[in-house]
Design a protein around this ligand. Sequence first.
Ligand code: 3HC
Length: 295
Amino acid sequence: MTDTATSAPPSIERVGVIGCGQMGAGIAEVCARAGMDVVVHEVDAASAERGRTRLLGSFDKAVARNKMTEEERETTVSNLTFTTDLADMADRRMVIEAIIEDEAMKTDVFTRLDGIVTADDAILASNTSSIPIMKLGIATQRPENVVGIHFFNPVPVLKLVELVTSLMTSKETVARSERFAEDALSKVVIRSKDRAGFVVNALLIPYILSAIRMMESGFATAEDIDNGMVEGCNHPMGPLALADLIGLDTTAAVAESMYSEFKEPLYASPAMLSRMVEAGLLGRKTGRGFYDYSH
Ligand code: 3HC
């Protein structure tokens, strides 16, 4: 289904989000709150149900904090549809992939979307934190329409979006993506070249890894490291609590992408982080990371 051709491309009203983990749910939420028709894809019915529960929980929080009225909640919920069939992305004008940081899985999603999404000017975007956009672009026959739109967690609260262009992304795709993020979603956009980590993670990940090494070496406790940055530098949370929020698997995956691109020791995952990921201590999402969230 394509819109009638006009000189200016139509605004993006039909959005698809692939993956409804913490980032996908947040992206679906801000798009639905902005009045867009959002189709959310998950791999199976149980994952889709978990995604829906995650979204409803966030709406409850927003209503409880007077960030959303009951009426807005109802409208937002009605803007969201869940599916386990990727073919339901066919009529979307913007599809944002937000699955786990796994290059093979992401390239597979882009190849499949390329065969499904019908509009020639539809944008295929990735929320990847670190995987080169070029690799996702060349998995399709339309690399000029492929771009990185990287949101920050929690997406409904944090304003930033990194817009990441590959060597093949067209100016038109960049301009439309920027309008989508800034005008439709009211985000603040910064641009980055296609380098692992982009701008924010290139600064943030070495900081978090340094905090983990500091704790691992017995230099200071997790609480003292975090209190140091909260009380001494006015950060909203310390680096270890932030790693728990991001997810230790994601933190390790971003570090790995950056290490493999730059071979800089400061991006190498500390052994403690690797062991915690292997043990399934992934932070808030599993109830335990550097801190215990089970009660
Ligand atoms: N919808 C709308 N607003 C919401 C909301 C929701 N679902 N949930 C919370 N809010 C609002 C609250 O109303 C509150 O607003 P106010 O300040 O105007 O009252 C504000 O968000 C803060 O919410 P809370 O009171 O629940 O929580 P805290 O004050 O404890 O803050 C936090 C929690 C927002 C997570 C804060 O600690 C924070 O900003 N931490 C840093 C997060 C960060 O750095 N994220 C980036 C991670 S890196 C990343 O994502 C990139 C990836 O690639 C790795």
